[in-house]
Ligand binder design. Structure first.
Ligand code: IPD
Length: 338
């Protein structure tokens, strides 16, 4: 192989998952012995060993943004997220002006609005052609549209209920999706100083150290994160209670800590083995998707098909085997789309 191209065998994902997770173009394909084993060089920095040539053709696609551009997006949003973290830290454990949104447990604070404004204004000034979806902007009536354009998807404070109570499990969640696929994911808890980052094709990290999902495959050894959510809809609440009753006896344990994005981060770092929820929004999960994929985990719809990011349904797991064992037990719920 050309010496300027580094060969990286993905540590945990299969070649198929790796290519699906990647937004990159396969810029060079080489036949290497033994016959039927191919090396696919992705953007000159990453490669997978692929044994099924037909799959390779189906999965590789043209890259629209070059690597240095993506790195600029990443460096910019990382610095902005750190600055946004200072605002959140300043307001932690202080009195807050809280407003009710869809119901009395769906809350927003001035800090949510301040952080979203900072991130959106700075990102769109720096990258004028980009679009954004922001939790508070949508609550104010802006339509929630995910197009092929580079789109920043922002939850300024995920876990607002925790933030309101001073329970330090909340985060800023920012993602960049291009052509409806994730490119960048950042999840930052500024109180506990947990900075989770992912760029598609470049791995998942916590405070700069590489992370990966657990190898747990059996339900009885699994720790599941699930949420009670921010809806008082009786049908939705009944489904949550039913799933808790069904799943608790099958698992090691269940945790509900009030932040969808941090639940996904926990699965990405191997601290939990699965998380699912009905009723989340695209901004709750947009940064977690690349984080899980880059950590070698599995992302799908809770009924088992491909994730539709606007469907308000998500399931992530340490691996496909664990997901396939839990999905048949789930009582399903289909909320109105974003
Ligand atoms: C909520 C949290 C919560 C989840 C809800 C989300 P918010 O986000 O992630 O854990 O159960 O579905 O809406 O309102 O705090 O940004």
């Amino acid at each position: 192989m050309d010496s300027q191209w580094r060969f990286v065998r993905h540590p945990s994902a299969t070649a198929k998952q790796q290519l699906r997770a990647s937004n990159k173009i396969a810029s060079r394909i080489e036949l290497v012995p033994p016959v039927r084993s191919y090396v696919v060089v992705v953007s000159g920095v990453c490669a997978v060993d692929l044994k099924f040539p037909r799959l390779r053709v189906a999965r590789t696609r043209k890259m629209d943004v070059d690597d240095s551009q993506l790195q600029l997006y990443f460096d910019t949003v990382l610095e902005l997220t750190r600055n946004a973290g200072k605002i959140v830290r300043e307001h932690h454990n202080k009195g807050k002006k809280v407003t009710i949104k869809s119901c009395d447990v769906d809350l927003v604070t001035e800090t949510d609005q301040q952080v979203e404004k900072l991130l959106v204004t700075s990102l769109l000034t720096k990258f004028p052609g980009h679009k954004y979806i922001g939790e508070e902007a949508v609550a104010d009536g802006k339509p929630c549209e995910l197009t092929d354009e580079p789109t920043w998807i922002i939850d300024p404070v995920d876990g607002t209920m925790n933030f309101v109570h001073g329970y330090p499990n909340f985060c800023i969640s920012v993602a960049l999706w291009i052509k409806k696929k994730p490119s960048i994911g950042i999840i930052y808890n500024p109180i506990l100083e947990l900075m989770f980052t992912a760029q598609t094709g470049k791995g998942a990290f916590l405070n700069g150290n590489r992370i990966s999902t657990s190898s747990v495959k059996d339900l009885e050894k699994g720790l599941l994160a699930m949420e009670f959510g921010t809806s008082r809809d009786p049908e939705k609440m009944a489904v949550v209670m039913e799933n808790t009753q069904i799943l608790l006896p099958l698992l090691h344990g269940i945790r509900s800590s009030g932040s969808a994005a941090l639940n996904m981060a926990m699965v990405a770092m191997g601290g939990a083995d699965c998380y699912f929820e009905f009723g989340i929004h695209v901004w709750d999960i947009a940064a977690g998707v690349p984080l899980i994929q880059e950590a070698g985990g599995f992302v799908s719809d809770p009924a088992g098909g491909e994730l539709d990011p606007l469907s308000r349904r998500v399931l992530v797991a340490s691996n496909e085997e664990f997901a396939k064992k839990i999905i048949p037990h789930l009582k399903q719920h289909y909320p109105e789309r974003d």
